[in-house]
Design a protein around this ligand. Structure first.
Ligand code: UD1
Length: 392
């Protein structure tokens, strides 16, 4: 049974989440819409792209994200089927609620699917984290970013270069608004409640020689890194080598776990000082990252979180859509280059490595700026609509 919050004259803001990296972006936004004076009516729609306890439920609890008002329960499937299924199930939600706008975050399949349904129904689309580009169209997320931005009416950006990327693709810069980084709002709000790394490592039975003050953290899940044995095996090999210098806690995504099994790669990790952990909750991950000597990852969000925490990050990709983390933060792009990875680890352990600084407007208040601008924008649109009716 759906229990809609007070719906304004133009309908609620439909806030969409689908997968793990969406939750830390949406949590502060939902709170800011509630806190805004006057509050902005909204409904939280979960597409169900991520659904299990590790990937979903624990993050909702950690982030104090309210239970979704609507769950489309699409689950896992190929990109085409997953995207189509979200679209098919989201359309009746728009028909039922006649929203003022659909607000999507990030770059997952659910982001594009819901934006596309809304745009086709002439419902305004608001995209948070717009304009980031890796310029690598082999990444499914890059396709989702480019297409979502093309059909968005209001685009909130996390860094100033995003506006240039949008302008280059013909998006009117007047539709973009630089507000800072909502994911860092979540980080700042929850850091004080992070679960101490020692507790997480002990609870997960992490042996592998990990001590509280001398370990690194690993996450790996991009299809380009984990979907073929020819790429995954050497990457695991480099991690095993790096672990001889610094023991590693590897919070393993289900996709990566499944592929290690399918490709028979267990023995690559056998003698390594690597503790394999299940996907972690948000507060556990914050605790692990903030105590780590370094982080090795192919995640987008973690590049930003480590920059905000001042912890060195080695990005196991050939590019990043978040160049600010390299220019100003603690991020180094190392790809799958064995020598570069091992050299960078060595540098960091020797006291070198990037110190970085926190980028502009990554100050914990991005969501309030979004609520403010969104309120004014919706009011302007409502005013224009009334005027059009009077003239007619
Ligand atoms: C998705 C996003 C990616 C994001 C990542 C974070 C797209 C294109 N990709 O990738 O940008 O960084 O989420 O995790 O949207 N699975 C589970 N439990 C779940 C969800 C997934 O076990 O709750 C397994 C399933 O076997 C599934 C696989 O993980 O096939 C991949 O899930 P999917 O959502 O398709 O993509 P991700 O790789 O998680």
């Amino acid at each position: 049974m759906i229990d809609p919050r007070p719906v304004g004259p133009v309908g609620p803001v439909l806030c969409v989440v689908g997968a793990r990296p969406n939750y830390m972006k949406m949590a502060p936004i939902v709170r800011a819409l509630d806190r805004h004076v006057p509050p902005l009516a909204h409904l939280l729609v979960h597409t169900g792209q991520h659904y299990d306890k590790d990937m979903n439920d624990r993050l909702f609890e950690d982030l104090d994200l309210p239970r979704p008002d609507i769950n489309l329960e699409v689950g896992s499937a190929s990109h085409a089927v997953q995207t189509a299924e979200v679209m098919r199930r989201f359309e009746p939600v728009i028909d039922a609620h006649r929203p003022a706008c659909v607000l999507v975050v990030g770059d997952v399949n659910s982001t594009l699917a819901c934006a596309l349904v809304a745009a086709k129904k002439a419902v305004p689309v608001v995209h948070v984290e717009a304009g980031l580009r890796s310029f690598d169209r082999t990444m499914p997320e890059e396709i989702n970013r480019v297409l979502t931005d093309q059909i968005s009416d209001l685009l909130f950006t996390t860094e100033r270069t995003a506006r240039d990327n949008l302008a280059r693709e013909g998006v009117d810069p007047a539709r973009a608004c630089f507000v800072g980084n909502v994911m860092i709002d979540s980080l700042r709000a929850h850091l004080a409640h992070a679960v101490p790394a020692a507790r997480t490592l002990a609870r997960c039975g992490a042996d592998a020689g990990l001590t509280e003050d001398a370990f690194g953290v690993v996450t790996l899940h991009r299809p380009s890194n984990v979907d073929s044995p020819g790429t995954l095996a050497p990457l695991l090999g480099v991690l095993a080598e790096a672990s001889r210098r610094l023991p590693l806690a590897f919070a393993m995504h289900p996709r990566t776990r499944r592929n290690i099994e399918a490709f028979g790669l267990h023995d690559v990790l056998e003698d390594a000082r690597i503790a394999v952990l299940p996907p972690q909750g948000y507060l556990e991950m914050l605790g692990l990252m903030s105590s780590a000597r370094l982080v090795l990852t192919d995640s987008g969000g973690i590049q930003e979180e480590t920059t905000a925490l001042g912890v060195p990050c080695l990005t196991l990709r050939e590019n990043t859509e978040r160049p600010l983390t390299v220019e100003q933060g603690t991020n180094t792009i190392v790809g799958s280059d064995r020598a570069l990875i091992l050299r960078t680890v060595e540098e960091i352990l020797g006291g070198g490595g990037k110190r970085g600084r926190v980028p502009e407007l990554w100050d914990g208040h991005a969501a309030s700026r979004i609520a403010e601008r969104l309120h004014d924008w919706l009011a302007e649109r409502a005013g224009a609509r009334e005027l059009a009716c009077e003239v007619a």
